[in-house]
Design a protein around this ligand. Structure first.
Ligand code: AMP
Length: 418
């Protein structure tokens, strides 16, 4: 029987891992510069966290969750998104008492039963960031700037920020009434999916990709025109700040996001290099979420971005991901005693962080040399019969072929120095 990975998953092979390491390192560097702390939560949670926190009417909860009963009969779900778990951890660990504002980030695998296609997996890795405890409009901007900095450092500059405000929960309810009033007269022209959504989640009709739905919603009343002055001003302050910072944004009335907990600002980073799955990242405010999960009404804002998609776009832009450093030295050993010396010396060097390698296949001098070349090693240290007798090996610099004899006792010290 030949095993294959489950549909929608992937192997990240050694030849590609440097890209992942680079992106992950960049995320932590940027997070440190922005004074965010890392938080890690379990791979699975009680299912109810998501049905309550994300919303029963959302695509995620409605059809994408990997939910199972464990042997104790508890319903658990592999996490499909990161915000609800982080807020659960925030509440459970009494973090609000530690400090009024928390700036948190995570890198974690998410699981969604979606139809796999380019840039869309059933298991993907997200980096996300959350600011909890402040409703300042600066926090919305801070997150957009954090994401932008990560993208820029990965060589991604050609993305667009789409932004909108969906107001506070009660404001949104009022707007939805206005929207439904408008849609009612066009209901027959809507897709079946949108007809269903008319009853359950009418706001989402705005972000339908169906051409007829779009025709209908093109001239629908816009939420920004129906927000009270205070919410509208808040939104204006966000976009004024973005303008000042030189962020290329576009107001998009269709940006309502697929998750129920959002309020006020919603935003998405869109890249043309991604094809139909063009969202590089997205987020927004969720001032009602913590209360929904049983906490006090504490405001929050967050966003998440798929690392797979960052790598896809970086590669399309020919970003030069740093190559891993090759081993400094390759030990060429030509008999059993030599192999023992070579093995012991590599182990010692590695303790001092000097990357080193020795032959594992008892190969000939020529093929060991070839291997050292292939690995791009800076030096080889050759130990043959003669060298074992004299307890000295030949240290050869690969770039110019120069060589010298070095005693076995001195080789480690010498390589540490150079
Ligand atoms: P969302 O919470 O759906 O807005 O997801 C946040 C980000 O995660 C998206 O903007 C994508 O970059 C990424 N993402 C979401 N779903 C997937 C998926 N199925 N495969 C790969 N990346 C995804």
């Amino acid at each position: 029987m030949k095993f294959q990975k489950p549909r929608g998953t992937k192997d990240i092979l050694p030849k590609d891992i440097r890209k992942w390491h680079f992106v992950e390192r960049t995320i932590s560097d940027v997070a440190v510069a922005f004074n965010f702390s890392e938080i890690r939560t379990p791979a699975f949670e009680h299912t109810e966290l998501f049905t309550r926190g994300v919303g029963a009417e959302t695509d995620i909860v409605g059809k994408e969750m990997y939910t199972f009963l464990d042997k104790g009969g508890d319903s658990l779900t592999l996490k499909p998104e990161g915000t609800a778990p982080v807020m659960r951890a925030y509440l459970e660990n009494g973090m609000a008492a530690e400090s009024p504002v928390h700036k948190l980030y995570y890198i974690a695998n998410m699981f969604r039963y979606e139809k796999p296609q380019a840039g869309r997996y059933r298991e993907h890795t997200q980096f996300g960031a959350e600011i909890v405890g402040s409703d300042s409009f600066y926090t919305d901007v801070e997150l957009i700037m954090l994401a932008r900095e990560v993208y820029n450092r990965c060589g991604i500059n050609n993305f667009k920020v789409k932004i909108n405000s969906i107001g506070k929960a009660d404001e949104r309810r009022n707007y939805i009434d206005v929207l439904k009033e408008y849609l009612k007269s066009n209901i027959n022209e809507l897709s079946d999916e949108s007809k269903k959504r008319f009853e359950t989640n009418a706001l989402r009709i705005l972000d339908s990709k169906d051409r007829n739905d779009r025709k209908v919603t093109d001239s629908a009343p816009k939420i920004l025109d129906h927000l009270p002055a205070e919410s509208r001003q808040r939104f204006d302050r966000v976009i004024n700040e973005l303008t000042k910072l030189g962020v290329d944004y576009e107001i998009d009335f269709r940006l309502v996001r697929g998750i129920d907990y959002y309020s006020d600002t919603t935003f998405e980073f869109i890249s043309q290099d991604l094809g139909s799955q063009d969202a590089l990242g997205g987020g927004g405010r969720y001032d009602g979420l913590i209360e929904q999960l049983g906490g006090k009404p504490i405001p929050g804002v967050g966003f998440a971005s798929g690392i797979e998609r960052i790598i896809i776009v970086a590669e399309k832009n020919n970003f030069a991901f740093p190559e891993p450093a090759p081993p400094k030295v390759y030990f060429i050993a030509l008999n059993e005693e030599a192999r023992e010396v070579a093995f012991d010396k590599t182990i010692e060097l590695r303790k001092h962080n000097v990357s080193s390698e020795a032959d594992l296949l008892q190969r000939s001098l020529k093929s060991q040399m070839r291997e050292a070349n292939k690995l791009n090693c800076e030096y080889v240290f050759i130990i043959g019969d003669e060298e074992i007798k004299n307890k000295k090996g030949i240290l050869k610099k690969m770039s110019d072929g120069s060589q010298e004899e070095v005693e076995f006792d001195k080789i480690v010290g010498k390589l540490i120095k150079i």
